[in-house]
Design a binder for this molecule. Structure first.
Ligand SMILES: [Zn+2]
Length: 457
Protein backbone atom coordinates (compact mmCIF):
# COMPACT_ATOMS: atom_id res chain seq x y z
CA UNK A 1 0.00 0.00 0.00
CA UNK A 2 1.26 3.41 -0.86
CA UNK A 3 -0.50 5.70 1.61
CA UNK A 4 1.27 8.76 0.30
CA UNK A 5 -0.06 8.21 -3.17
CA UNK A 6 -3.55 7.43 -1.92
CA UNK A 7 -3.79 10.71 0.03
CA UNK A 8 -2.11 12.70 -2.69
CA UNK A 9 -4.50 11.65 -5.40
CA UNK A 10 -7.48 12.22 -3.11
CA UNK A 11 -6.68 15.88 -2.40
CA UNK A 12 -4.57 17.12 -5.25
CA UNK A 13 -6.56 18.96 -7.86
CA UNK A 14 -3.77 19.31 -10.38
CA UNK A 15 -4.92 17.18 -13.25
CA UNK A 16 -1.55 16.31 -14.71
CA UNK A 17 0.05 14.52 -11.77
CA UNK A 18 1.17 10.98 -12.65
CA UNK A 19 -0.85 9.51 -9.80
CA UNK A 20 -4.18 10.89 -10.98
CA UNK A 21 -3.34 10.05 -14.59
CA UNK A 22 -2.82 6.45 -13.45
CA UNK A 23 -6.09 6.43 -11.52
CA UNK A 24 -8.07 7.24 -14.63
CA UNK A 25 -9.59 4.08 -16.03
CA UNK A 26 -9.17 3.43 -19.75
CA UNK A 27 -11.72 4.82 -22.19
CA UNK A 28 -15.10 3.25 -21.39
CA UNK A 29 -16.06 0.40 -23.65
CA UNK A 30 -19.67 0.49 -24.70
CA UNK A 31 -20.37 -3.18 -24.41
CA UNK A 32 -19.23 -5.07 -21.39
CA UNK A 33 -19.02 -8.81 -21.72
CA UNK A 34 -22.50 -9.69 -20.53
CA UNK A 35 -24.01 -11.07 -23.69
CA UNK A 36 -24.55 -14.62 -24.72
CA UNK A 37 -21.94 -15.89 -27.15
CA UNK A 38 -23.09 -15.42 -30.68
CA UNK A 39 -21.58 -17.51 -33.38
CA UNK A 40 -20.68 -15.46 -36.42
CA UNK A 41 -18.70 -16.01 -39.56
CA UNK A 42 -18.72 -19.72 -39.06
CA UNK A 43 -16.31 -20.31 -41.87
CA UNK A 44 -16.11 -24.05 -41.53
CA UNK A 45 -17.02 -25.89 -44.70
CA UNK A 46 -20.08 -28.20 -44.54
CA UNK A 47 -17.65 -31.15 -44.88
CA UNK A 48 -15.56 -30.01 -41.91
CA UNK A 49 -18.70 -29.33 -39.85
CA UNK A 50 -19.85 -32.91 -40.48
CA UNK A 51 -16.46 -34.27 -39.40
CA UNK A 52 -16.68 -32.30 -36.17
CA UNK A 53 -20.25 -33.40 -35.48
CA UNK A 54 -19.24 -37.00 -36.07
CA UNK A 55 -16.33 -36.70 -33.67
CA UNK A 56 -18.67 -35.36 -31.00
CA UNK A 57 -21.06 -38.32 -31.52
CA UNK A 58 -18.35 -40.78 -30.60
CA UNK A 59 -18.60 -41.39 -26.89
CA UNK A 60 -15.44 -40.56 -25.05
CA UNK A 61 -14.83 -42.74 -22.00
CA UNK A 62 -15.65 -40.76 -18.87
CA UNK A 63 -12.51 -40.33 -16.80
CA UNK A 64 -13.18 -42.14 -13.53
CA UNK A 65 -9.93 -41.40 -11.80
CA UNK A 66 -11.09 -38.01 -10.48
CA UNK A 67 -14.58 -38.96 -9.36
CA UNK A 68 -15.38 -37.14 -6.10
CA UNK A 69 -15.56 -40.44 -4.19
CA UNK A 70 -11.94 -41.25 -4.86
CA UNK A 71 -10.89 -38.49 -2.42
CA UNK A 72 -7.66 -36.51 -2.42
CA UNK A 73 -4.52 -38.35 -3.46
CA UNK A 74 -0.87 -37.42 -3.57
CA UNK A 75 0.26 -36.27 -7.03
CA UNK A 76 3.30 -38.08 -8.33
CA UNK A 77 5.56 -36.28 -10.77
CA UNK A 78 9.04 -37.38 -11.81
CA UNK A 79 9.35 -39.57 -8.69
CA UNK A 80 8.37 -36.64 -6.46
CA UNK A 81 5.27 -36.45 -4.29
CA UNK A 82 3.02 -33.42 -4.02
CA UNK A 83 0.47 -33.48 -1.20
CA UNK A 84 -3.16 -32.42 -1.76
CA UNK A 85 -3.67 -28.68 -1.23
CA UNK A 86 -0.02 -27.78 -1.73
CA UNK A 87 2.36 -26.10 -4.17
CA UNK A 88 5.74 -27.49 -5.07
CA UNK A 89 8.49 -26.17 -7.32
CA UNK A 90 10.43 -28.92 -9.04
CA UNK A 91 13.47 -28.95 -11.32
CA UNK A 92 12.85 -31.36 -14.16
CA UNK A 93 15.89 -32.57 -16.12
CA UNK A 94 15.37 -32.39 -19.87
CA UNK A 95 18.24 -34.83 -20.36
CA UNK A 96 18.66 -38.00 -18.33
CA UNK A 97 22.44 -37.96 -17.82
CA UNK A 98 24.90 -38.73 -15.01
CA UNK A 99 27.61 -36.37 -16.22
CA UNK A 100 27.31 -33.17 -18.20
CA UNK A 101 24.48 -30.65 -18.19
CA UNK A 102 21.06 -32.19 -17.64
CA UNK A 103 19.27 -28.91 -18.52
CA UNK A 104 16.96 -28.67 -15.52
CA UNK A 105 13.80 -26.60 -16.02
CA UNK A 106 11.61 -25.23 -13.22
CA UNK A 107 8.04 -26.51 -12.97
CA UNK A 108 5.45 -25.21 -10.50
CA UNK A 109 2.90 -27.84 -9.52
CA UNK A 110 -0.26 -26.78 -7.71
CA UNK A 111 -2.03 -29.87 -6.47
CA UNK A 112 -5.59 -29.22 -5.33
CA UNK A 113 -7.18 -30.60 -2.22
CA UNK A 114 -9.97 -32.02 -4.39
CA UNK A 115 -9.63 -34.57 -7.19
CA UNK A 116 -9.76 -33.35 -10.78
CA UNK A 117 -7.94 -33.25 -14.10
CA UNK A 118 -4.25 -32.56 -14.67
CA UNK A 119 -3.67 -29.45 -16.78
CA UNK A 120 -0.21 -28.57 -18.04
CA UNK A 121 0.48 -25.06 -19.29
CA UNK A 122 3.66 -24.54 -21.29
CA UNK A 123 5.63 -21.53 -22.46
CA UNK A 124 8.62 -21.14 -24.77
CA UNK A 125 8.50 -24.45 -26.59
CA UNK A 126 10.19 -22.02 -28.98
CA UNK A 127 12.88 -20.35 -26.87
CA UNK A 128 12.49 -16.85 -28.33
CA UNK A 129 8.71 -16.64 -27.84
CA UNK A 130 8.41 -14.69 -24.60
CA UNK A 131 4.69 -14.03 -24.17
CA UNK A 132 4.17 -17.50 -22.62
CA UNK A 133 7.09 -17.20 -20.14
CA UNK A 134 5.84 -13.77 -19.03
CA UNK A 135 2.21 -14.81 -18.65
CA UNK A 136 3.19 -17.96 -16.74
CA UNK A 137 5.65 -16.12 -14.50
CA UNK A 138 2.84 -13.79 -13.42
CA UNK A 139 0.49 -16.75 -13.06
CA UNK A 140 2.99 -18.45 -10.69
CA UNK A 141 3.19 -15.31 -8.56
CA UNK A 142 1.30 -14.13 -5.47
CA UNK A 143 -1.28 -12.17 -7.49
CA UNK A 144 -2.74 -15.42 -8.77
CA UNK A 145 -1.70 -18.26 -6.45
CA UNK A 146 -2.51 -18.45 -2.76
CA UNK A 147 -5.37 -18.26 -0.28
CA UNK A 148 -8.22 -16.20 -1.72
CA UNK A 149 -6.52 -15.76 -5.11
CA UNK A 150 -7.68 -17.20 -8.45
CA UNK A 151 -5.65 -20.37 -7.90
CA UNK A 152 -6.11 -21.35 -4.26
CA UNK A 153 -4.72 -24.87 -3.62
CA UNK A 154 -7.33 -25.46 -0.91
CA UNK A 155 -10.12 -24.69 -3.41
CA UNK A 156 -8.51 -26.28 -6.47
CA UNK A 157 -9.93 -29.45 -8.02
CA UNK A 158 -7.18 -31.30 -9.83
CA UNK A 159 -3.61 -30.38 -10.62
CA UNK A 160 -2.05 -27.49 -12.51
CA UNK A 161 1.50 -27.75 -13.78
CA UNK A 162 3.02 -24.50 -14.94
CA UNK A 163 6.18 -24.60 -17.05
CA UNK A 164 7.11 -21.02 -17.99
CA UNK A 165 10.10 -21.99 -20.16
CA UNK A 166 10.28 -25.54 -21.43
CA UNK A 167 13.02 -24.82 -23.98
CA UNK A 168 15.36 -23.19 -21.47
CA UNK A 169 18.53 -23.82 -23.52
CA UNK A 170 16.92 -22.08 -26.52
CA UNK A 171 15.59 -19.26 -24.34
CA UNK A 172 19.06 -18.56 -22.94
CA UNK A 173 20.45 -18.32 -26.48
CA UNK A 174 17.42 -16.24 -27.58
CA UNK A 175 16.74 -18.92 -30.13
CA UNK A 176 13.60 -20.70 -31.29
CA UNK A 177 15.43 -24.01 -31.45
CA UNK A 178 17.38 -26.32 -29.20
CA UNK A 179 21.17 -26.03 -29.30
CA UNK A 180 21.36 -28.86 -31.85
CA UNK A 181 19.45 -26.65 -34.31
CA UNK A 182 16.19 -28.60 -34.15
CA UNK A 183 12.65 -27.43 -33.50
CA UNK A 184 11.14 -29.15 -30.45
CA UNK A 185 7.67 -28.56 -31.83
CA UNK A 186 8.41 -30.72 -34.89
CA UNK A 187 9.81 -33.65 -32.92
CA UNK A 188 6.94 -35.00 -30.81
CA UNK A 189 6.47 -37.68 -29.57
CA UNK A 190 10.24 -38.04 -29.95
CA UNK A 191 12.62 -40.95 -29.62
CA UNK A 192 14.85 -41.64 -26.64
CA UNK A 193 17.58 -43.15 -28.82
CA UNK A 194 17.66 -40.45 -31.49
CA UNK A 195 19.12 -36.91 -31.63
CA UNK A 196 19.21 -34.52 -28.65
CA UNK A 197 15.96 -32.66 -29.41
CA UNK A 198 14.15 -35.91 -30.15
CA UNK A 199 15.34 -37.39 -26.83
CA UNK A 200 14.11 -34.30 -24.98
CA UNK A 201 10.78 -34.40 -26.83
CA UNK A 202 10.40 -38.02 -25.77
CA UNK A 203 11.22 -37.30 -22.13
CA UNK A 204 8.71 -34.42 -22.10
CA UNK A 205 6.23 -36.65 -23.86
CA UNK A 206 6.47 -39.50 -21.37
CA UNK A 207 6.81 -37.53 -18.13
CA UNK A 208 4.71 -34.44 -18.78
CA UNK A 209 2.37 -34.83 -21.75
CA UNK A 210 1.09 -38.38 -21.33
CA UNK A 211 0.39 -37.75 -17.66
CA UNK A 212 -1.77 -34.69 -18.48
CA UNK A 213 -5.45 -34.55 -19.35
CA UNK A 214 -5.26 -31.13 -20.99
CA UNK A 215 -2.44 -29.03 -22.43
CA UNK A 216 -2.30 -25.31 -23.13
CA UNK A 217 0.74 -24.37 -25.22
CA UNK A 218 1.57 -20.64 -25.39
CA UNK A 219 3.32 -19.30 -28.50
CA UNK A 220 3.95 -16.13 -30.52
CA UNK A 221 4.58 -15.55 -34.21
CA UNK A 222 8.04 -16.42 -35.57
CA UNK A 223 10.58 -13.58 -36.05
CA UNK A 224 9.58 -10.94 -38.60
CA UNK A 225 5.84 -11.09 -37.93
CA UNK A 226 3.28 -10.61 -35.19
CA UNK A 227 0.01 -12.38 -34.37
CA UNK A 228 -3.25 -10.98 -33.12
CA UNK A 229 -4.19 -13.13 -30.07
CA UNK A 230 -5.80 -16.32 -31.37
CA UNK A 231 -6.32 -20.00 -30.56
CA UNK A 232 -5.36 -22.88 -32.80
CA UNK A 233 -7.05 -26.22 -32.26
CA UNK A 234 -8.33 -29.28 -34.06
CA UNK A 235 -12.07 -28.74 -33.67
CA UNK A 236 -12.77 -32.36 -34.63
CA UNK A 237 -10.99 -33.39 -31.43
CA UNK A 238 -13.82 -32.93 -28.90
CA UNK A 239 -11.69 -32.11 -25.84
CA UNK A 240 -9.60 -29.61 -27.80
CA UNK A 241 -12.74 -28.09 -29.29
CA UNK A 242 -14.17 -27.48 -25.80
CA UNK A 243 -10.89 -26.05 -24.55
CA UNK A 244 -10.53 -23.76 -27.56
CA UNK A 245 -13.96 -22.28 -26.83
CA UNK A 246 -13.33 -22.14 -23.09
CA UNK A 247 -10.31 -19.84 -23.54
CA UNK A 248 -12.83 -17.06 -24.13
CA UNK A 249 -11.34 -15.20 -27.10
CA UNK A 250 -12.79 -14.46 -30.51
CA UNK A 251 -10.61 -16.22 -33.05
CA UNK A 252 -10.09 -19.97 -33.40
CA UNK A 253 -8.15 -21.44 -36.32
CA UNK A 254 -9.24 -25.01 -36.92
CA UNK A 255 -6.38 -27.28 -37.96
CA UNK A 256 -4.41 -30.30 -36.83
CA UNK A 257 -1.10 -28.55 -36.34
CA UNK A 258 2.16 -29.30 -38.16
CA UNK A 259 3.64 -32.77 -38.25
CA UNK A 260 5.58 -33.47 -35.06
CA UNK A 261 3.91 -30.61 -33.20
CA UNK A 262 2.94 -31.13 -29.58
CA UNK A 263 -0.69 -30.37 -30.35
CA UNK A 264 -1.02 -32.88 -33.14
CA UNK A 265 0.79 -35.63 -31.26
CA UNK A 266 -1.20 -35.00 -28.06
CA UNK A 267 -4.53 -35.08 -29.92
CA UNK A 268 -3.56 -38.34 -31.58
CA UNK A 269 -3.08 -39.95 -28.21
CA UNK A 270 -6.38 -38.59 -26.92
CA UNK A 271 -5.13 -35.58 -24.93
CA UNK A 272 -6.89 -32.23 -25.34
CA UNK A 273 -4.41 -29.60 -26.52
CA UNK A 274 -4.73 -26.04 -27.74
CA UNK A 275 -2.14 -23.53 -28.89
CA UNK A 276 -2.42 -19.85 -28.03
CA UNK A 277 -0.68 -17.42 -30.36
CA UNK A 278 -0.20 -13.76 -29.48
CA UNK A 279 2.38 -11.12 -30.39
CA UNK A 280 5.79 -11.73 -31.91
CA UNK A 281 8.99 -13.46 -30.85
CA UNK A 282 11.72 -11.54 -29.00
CA UNK A 283 9.17 -9.06 -27.69
CA UNK A 284 6.89 -8.75 -24.68
CA UNK A 285 3.57 -7.63 -26.08
CA UNK A 286 1.59 -6.71 -22.92
CA UNK A 287 -1.80 -7.19 -24.56
CA UNK A 288 -0.90 -10.73 -25.62
CA UNK A 289 0.40 -11.49 -22.11
CA UNK A 290 -2.81 -10.18 -20.57
CA UNK A 291 -5.04 -12.16 -22.95
CA UNK A 292 -2.99 -15.32 -22.25
CA UNK A 293 -3.58 -15.00 -18.49
CA UNK A 294 -7.25 -14.24 -19.03
CA UNK A 295 -7.62 -17.28 -21.31
CA UNK A 296 -5.80 -19.73 -19.05
CA UNK A 297 -7.98 -18.72 -16.07
CA UNK A 298 -11.08 -19.02 -18.25
CA UNK A 299 -10.07 -22.53 -19.31
CA UNK A 300 -9.45 -23.56 -15.68
CA UNK A 301 -12.85 -22.15 -14.67
CA UNK A 302 -14.54 -23.98 -17.56
CA UNK A 303 -12.98 -27.22 -16.38
CA UNK A 304 -14.42 -26.42 -12.91
CA UNK A 305 -10.96 -26.62 -11.40
CA UNK A 306 -11.03 -23.11 -9.93
CA UNK A 307 -14.11 -21.22 -8.70
CA UNK A 308 -15.94 -18.65 -10.81
CA UNK A 309 -17.63 -18.44 -14.15
CA UNK A 310 -15.57 -18.21 -17.32
CA UNK A 311 -15.83 -15.06 -19.45
CA UNK A 312 -17.06 -15.54 -22.97
CA UNK A 313 -16.48 -13.41 -26.04
CA UNK A 314 -19.25 -11.60 -27.94
CA UNK A 315 -18.66 -13.83 -30.92
CA UNK A 316 -16.35 -16.51 -32.21
CA UNK A 317 -14.73 -16.83 -35.59
CA UNK A 318 -14.12 -20.48 -36.37
CA UNK A 319 -11.80 -20.39 -39.34
CA UNK A 320 -10.79 -23.29 -41.49
CA UNK A 321 -9.02 -21.22 -44.09
CA UNK A 322 -7.33 -17.93 -44.80
CA UNK A 323 -5.88 -15.69 -47.50
CA UNK A 324 -2.31 -14.38 -47.65
CA UNK A 325 -1.59 -10.82 -48.65
CA UNK A 326 1.71 -10.70 -50.51
CA UNK A 327 3.94 -7.96 -51.71
CA UNK A 328 4.27 -7.69 -55.48
CA UNK A 329 7.28 -5.39 -55.23
CA UNK A 330 10.59 -5.30 -53.42
CA UNK A 331 11.70 -2.71 -50.89
CA UNK A 332 10.82 -1.58 -47.40
CA UNK A 333 7.39 -2.03 -45.95
CA UNK A 334 5.23 0.45 -44.05
CA UNK A 335 2.29 -1.42 -42.50
CA UNK A 336 -0.83 0.77 -42.31
CA UNK A 337 -3.22 -1.87 -40.92
CA UNK A 338 -1.69 -3.62 -37.89
CA UNK A 339 -2.47 -7.21 -36.83
CA UNK A 340 -6.03 -7.29 -35.49
CA UNK A 341 -7.34 -4.77 -38.04
CA UNK A 342 -10.61 -5.33 -39.82
CA UNK A 343 -9.94 -4.39 -43.43
CA UNK A 344 -12.11 -3.77 -46.45
CA UNK A 345 -11.88 -5.29 -49.88
CA UNK A 346 -9.35 -3.16 -51.78
CA UNK A 347 -8.16 -1.26 -48.70
CA UNK A 348 -4.52 -0.20 -48.71
CA UNK A 349 -2.92 -2.23 -45.91
CA UNK A 350 0.72 -1.29 -46.53
CA UNK A 351 2.99 0.76 -48.77
CA UNK A 352 6.38 -0.23 -50.15
CA UNK A 353 9.20 2.13 -51.00
CA UNK A 354 12.64 1.41 -52.38
CA UNK A 355 15.52 3.42 -50.87
CA UNK A 356 17.37 2.93 -54.15
CA UNK A 357 14.53 4.65 -56.02
CA UNK A 358 13.25 7.49 -53.86
CA UNK A 359 9.98 9.15 -54.78
CA UNK A 360 8.15 6.02 -55.91
CA UNK A 361 5.91 3.96 -53.66
CA UNK A 362 3.60 1.03 -54.23
CA UNK A 363 0.42 0.26 -52.33
CA UNK A 364 -0.53 -3.22 -51.12
CA UNK A 365 -4.28 -3.89 -51.17
CA UNK A 366 -6.38 -6.32 -49.22
CA UNK A 367 -7.90 -8.89 -51.61
CA UNK A 368 -11.08 -9.12 -49.53
CA UNK A 369 -12.98 -7.93 -46.48
CA UNK A 370 -11.74 -9.61 -43.34
CA UNK A 371 -9.72 -9.76 -40.16
CA UNK A 372 -5.93 -9.43 -40.33
CA UNK A 373 -4.67 -12.02 -37.86
CA UNK A 374 -0.96 -11.59 -38.56
CA UNK A 375 1.25 -8.95 -40.17
CA UNK A 376 4.91 -8.69 -41.06
CA UNK A 377 7.09 -6.70 -38.69
CA UNK A 378 10.31 -6.97 -40.67
CA UNK A 379 10.21 -4.22 -43.29
CA UNK A 380 12.37 -5.89 -45.92
CA UNK A 381 10.29 -7.52 -48.67
CA UNK A 382 10.75 -8.95 -52.12
CA UNK A 383 8.02 -9.75 -54.63
CA UNK A 384 6.02 -12.61 -53.11
CA UNK A 385 6.87 -12.00 -49.46
CA UNK A 386 3.77 -12.51 -47.27
CA UNK A 387 2.97 -9.31 -45.44
CA UNK A 388 -0.42 -10.16 -43.94
CA UNK A 389 -2.55 -13.18 -43.05
CA UNK A 390 -6.25 -12.51 -43.50
CA UNK A 391 -9.42 -14.33 -42.47
CA UNK A 392 -11.82 -13.39 -45.25
CA UNK A 393 -15.30 -12.69 -43.87
CA UNK A 394 -18.66 -12.82 -45.55
CA UNK A 395 -20.95 -12.83 -42.51
CA UNK A 396 -20.98 -11.49 -38.97
CA UNK A 397 -19.37 -8.27 -40.11
CA UNK A 398 -21.72 -5.96 -38.19
CA UNK A 399 -21.19 -7.93 -34.98
CA UNK A 400 -17.44 -7.73 -35.42
CA UNK A 401 -17.51 -4.02 -36.24
CA UNK A 402 -19.13 -3.31 -32.87
CA UNK A 403 -15.97 -4.53 -31.19
CA UNK A 404 -13.48 -2.43 -33.15
CA UNK A 405 -11.48 0.33 -31.49
CA UNK A 406 -11.01 3.77 -33.04
CA UNK A 407 -8.14 2.45 -35.19
CA UNK A 408 -10.30 -0.33 -36.59
CA UNK A 409 -8.65 -3.11 -34.57
CA UNK A 410 -10.60 -5.85 -32.84
CA UNK A 411 -10.76 -5.36 -29.07
CA UNK A 412 -9.82 -8.90 -28.00
CA UNK A 413 -11.77 -10.20 -25.00
CA UNK A 414 -9.52 -9.96 -21.96
CA UNK A 415 -7.42 -7.14 -23.38
CA UNK A 416 -9.52 -4.27 -22.07
CA UNK A 417 -9.15 -3.20 -18.48
CA UNK A 418 -6.14 -2.87 -16.23
CA UNK A 419 -3.38 -5.50 -16.41
CA UNK A 420 -4.28 -7.87 -13.55
CA UNK A 421 -0.67 -8.42 -12.49
CA UNK A 422 0.26 -4.81 -11.80
CA UNK A 423 -0.18 -3.50 -8.28
CA UNK A 424 -0.21 0.13 -7.32
CA UNK A 425 3.17 -0.34 -5.62
CA UNK A 426 4.60 -1.46 -8.95
CA UNK A 427 3.79 1.87 -10.56
CA UNK A 428 6.97 3.86 -10.55
CA UNK A 429 7.06 7.34 -8.99
CA UNK A 430 9.18 9.62 -11.10
CA UNK A 431 10.56 12.67 -9.31
CA UNK A 432 11.67 15.76 -11.21
CA UNK A 433 14.00 17.89 -9.15
CA UNK A 434 14.44 21.64 -9.30
CA UNK A 435 12.56 24.75 -8.23
CA UNK A 436 9.76 26.90 -9.61
CA UNK A 437 10.89 30.14 -11.05
CA UNK A 438 8.96 32.86 -9.24
CA UNK A 439 7.87 30.52 -6.43
CA UNK A 440 4.99 28.62 -8.02
CA UNK A 441 4.28 26.84 -11.29
CA UNK A 442 2.30 29.70 -12.80
CA UNK A 443 4.31 32.65 -11.47
CA UNK A 444 6.07 33.32 -14.74
CA UNK A 445 2.82 33.72 -16.63
CA UNK A 446 2.64 37.25 -15.31
CA UNK A 447 -0.41 39.09 -14.07
CA UNK A 448 -2.10 39.61 -17.42
CA UNK A 449 -1.89 36.09 -18.68
CA UNK A 450 -3.09 34.48 -15.49
CA UNK A 451 -5.88 36.15 -13.46
CA UNK A 452 -5.14 35.02 -9.89
CA UNK A 453 -3.50 32.16 -8.04
CA UNK A 454 -6.87 31.15 -6.54
CA UNK A 455 -8.20 30.18 -9.96
CA UNK A 456 -5.36 27.83 -10.63
CA UNK A 457 -6.73 24.62 -12.11
ZN1 LIG B 1 6.05 -21.07 -31.44
Amino acid sequence: MNLFRESLSATDDEDKSPSTAKKKSPAPRKNRRRHKPLKVANQLSPKRRKEIEKAFERKSPSPKKWSRESGPKTHLFDRKRIKPGSIRKIDFNLLDVEIGDSWPIPITIIHGSRPGPVVTILGAVHGNELVGPLALTYLCGPNFIGPGEDIDPSMLSGTIRIIPIINLPGYRRQSRKFPDGRDLNRNFPGNRESNTTSRIANRIWESIIQTSDHIIDLHTAAPGRTNMPQIRANLAHPESNRMARSFGIETILDNEGPKGSLRRAANRSGIGCITYEGGGSNEADPESVQVAIYGVLNALRSLRMIPGYPNRPHFRILASGSVWIRSDQGGLLDILAPAGSFVDDGEVVATITDPERPGISHDVYSPSKGLLICTATHPFVTAGTPIGHLLPMKSGIRTLQKRLDEEGCLIISGSDGEPPWREDDDVEDISVEGEWSGGNPDAEWGQNEHPSPEEES
